[in-house]
Ligand binder design. Structure first.
Ligand code: KIV
Length: 293
């Protein structure tokens, strides 16, 4: 049975990184969805989902790029601010875009700080394994919680040779496990595992004390994340195998737009209830004045 947002207990508290760690310890599944705007953030927050990620996937599902590489800090901060205005209980995570944390540790720290100081986020996420451990350490040392992201890391799509599953052989799987342990050691409070074999993701999740959030990584992760536009059927270009579509809003939108067009063309919209009128007295005076001209 589905839960209506208004049926949710009113005693919900703001979700923190510590609350996520406790959920893992209790064996409770963590939920995370992406949002890029105010109304979606409001709705996800009311549904009781634990974490909202303002993902750089916004480049593909909102801005129409073919990958996430063109997304800038300005794009991210703009959308993070909108999400922060709509969501007050979920943990809010801002995704650090391509080239905002790779050039130098100093730049990475400053950019990470902008997500908290200027855009209302509680934490940041960045992609990469052991090669990012120093950056993670530096950001965490400033009091900024960091979520790691390994496996299929979309910002490295050109290096990976496409959006393809990772960790499929012994060597690659070993490397992912090492990356996960090193990111935990560097101070990440959680890790996204994207498009990795389910058995490997489960093994990594068991070896780590911090929670793992899977996307295309099987049911053995401590939580699950999906891109909201995929969940809602709003992204028409392709649907990855690991997505479960819970609605077809692309179809619903097309239906509503066609119905609006038909109503306007048939002059059945706006109807009387959509219009305002002047009092008869005022109207008659205007008509008389106009006739006299
Ligand atoms: O950008 C994004 O939405 C993400 C999720 C898929 C984890 O990184």
């Amino acid at each position: 049975m589905s839960t209506h947002p208004s049926d949710l207990p009113q005693t919900r508290k703001k979700v923190t990184t510590l609350a996520l760690r406790r959920k893992k310890q209790r064996g409770e599944a963590i939920t995370m969805l992406t949002a890029y705007d105010y109304p979606t953030a409001l709705s996800i927050d009311q549904s009781g989902v634990d974490v909202i990620l303002v993902g750089d996937s916004l480049g593909m599902v909102v801005l129409g790029y073919s990958n996430t590489l063109p997304v800038t800090m300005d794009d991210m901060l703009h959308h993070c601010r909108a999400v922060a205005r709509g969501a007050h209980l979920a943990l809010l995570i801002g995704d650090m875009p391509f080239m905002s944390y790779q050039v130098s540790i100093q730049e990475a720290v400053r950019n990470a700080g902008c997500f908290l100081q200027e855009a209302g986020m509680d934490a940041v996420k960045l992609e990469g394994g052991n090669e990012r451990a120093d950056v993670v350490r530096a950001i965490v040392s400033c009091g900024i919680p960091v979520m790691g992201h390994i496996g299929l890391t979309p910002q490295s799509v050109n290096q990976l040779g496409g959006f393809r599953p990772q960790g499929l052989n012994l060597e690659a799987a070993r490397r992912l496990l090492q990356d996960a342990l090193q990111l935990q050691e560097a101070g990440c409070f959680s890790l996204v595992l994207e498009s990795v074999p389910a058995r490997l993701a489960e093994l990594i999740s068991k070896r780590l004390e911090i929670p793992t959030i899977g996307i295309g990584a099987g049911v053995g992760c401590d939580g699950q994340v999906l891109v909201t536009h995929d969940v809602l059927g709003l992204f028409d270009r392709f649907t990855p195998r690991f997505v479960k579509k819970y609605a077809d809003l692309h179809f619903e939108m097309a239906r509503a737009f066609a119905a609006f067009k038909a109503d306007v063309e048939a002059r059945s919209f706006p109807a009387q209830e959509h219009s305002v009128e002047m009092p008869d007295e005022e109207w008659n005076a205007l008509v008389a004045e106009d006739r006299a001209k």
